[in-house]
Design a protein around this ligand. Sequence first.
Ligand SMILES: *Cc1c(COP(=O)(O)O)cnc(C)c1O
Length: 399
Amino acid sequence: MNTKEIIELENKFGAKNYKPLDVVLEKGEGIWVWDVEGNKYMDCLAAYSAVNQGHCHPKIVNRLKEQAEKLCITSRAFRNDQLSLFYKDICKLTNSHMVLPMNSGAEAVETVIKAVRKWGYRTKNIPDDKAEIIVCENNFHGRTMTIIGFSTEEQYKEDFGPFTPGFKAIPFGDAKALESAITKNTVAFLVEPIQGEAGVIIPPDGYLKDIRNICTKNSVALIFDEIQTGLGRTGKFLAEEHENVESDVTLIGKALSGGCYPVSAVLSNEEVLGVFLPGEHGSTFGGNPLACAVAREALKVLIDEGMIENAADLGNYFLEKLKEIPSPYIKEIRGKGLLIGVELKQEAGGARPFCERLMKKGLLCKETHDNVIRFAPPLIITKQEIDWALVRIREVLVP
Ligand SMILES: *Cc1c(COP(=O)(O)O)cnc(C)c1O
């Protein structure tokens, strides 16, 4: 089947909950992907940062095959030999005391909501059903009912109510707003260190430190959603390391498996995850040996192959060079490591047509919201490859 036939088939049977670019991919290797017609593209989205280690990393794929032939799933009704090894590695890397493995990012978010609510009821004398969690405007934490209920994006919510109560939104990047929003019923503050889906919004310097102090002072659990910013994306293993801040709970997912398998995790101090008792939470696939083996290997290659340092160095380079492009369309360029957003002016007519033009030149990226192009390639990209991308980006952004 050719591109057109495949798209027709997909449109005939599939729910239309995405609006993908019309490229049908069939193969990937490192930062490159190929479509069914044999055209080659540079992947500058990296599956929303799920594939930081590059497509089909041979070591991760080998580990996946090896474990798949041995044991895939036991369920948590029994123990498996890969789970504790994964726990040990991830706790050591992140200074965490406890882990709860899940599959998708949204499930990790749902998990932490349960955990901090229970923690709050047990430690803060909050009346039944009054626990409150503070979130930020323009947040993105996933697509389940509870999570969209505290989104401030109308499109995510319209016609999907009623929603779970107990959430309150404040402006992102404003520590004073957090201080004023906290009440005696506040159990947690859930925040992305950099807002990815909102368009790569970077908070002011010192924000993470300030919110850490405010949460500590008020006995409010600080939860960092690092599902997109973690695993080296911003040039540190976790983005919170840029300000040397430790959360009470950190959520990771996406690149935790190098994109080979859905794996997410809630990482926490003993207090918060310590609240769960047998039977209070679970997931059939969470913590299965295949997921654990793949995640361990994905973490190992990220570190052994210097991908985090590469994201820091080449992220700076990419950002500096993008800023040199004399484009009348660009409003602002923001980024940390290899998480970069180019915000276009309103009159540029939206980011989508620019992404379509880049696709025709062999570079895949995606608009986020209407006016931001996100550049977030796998962290193994080289300087020469960034130069290759810059030529195409310049052609599209300079009329
Ligand atoms: C992608 C993402 C999620 C949701 O992860 P899924 O695996 O799609 O459920 C949550 N939070 C952030 C910050 C994300 O970028």
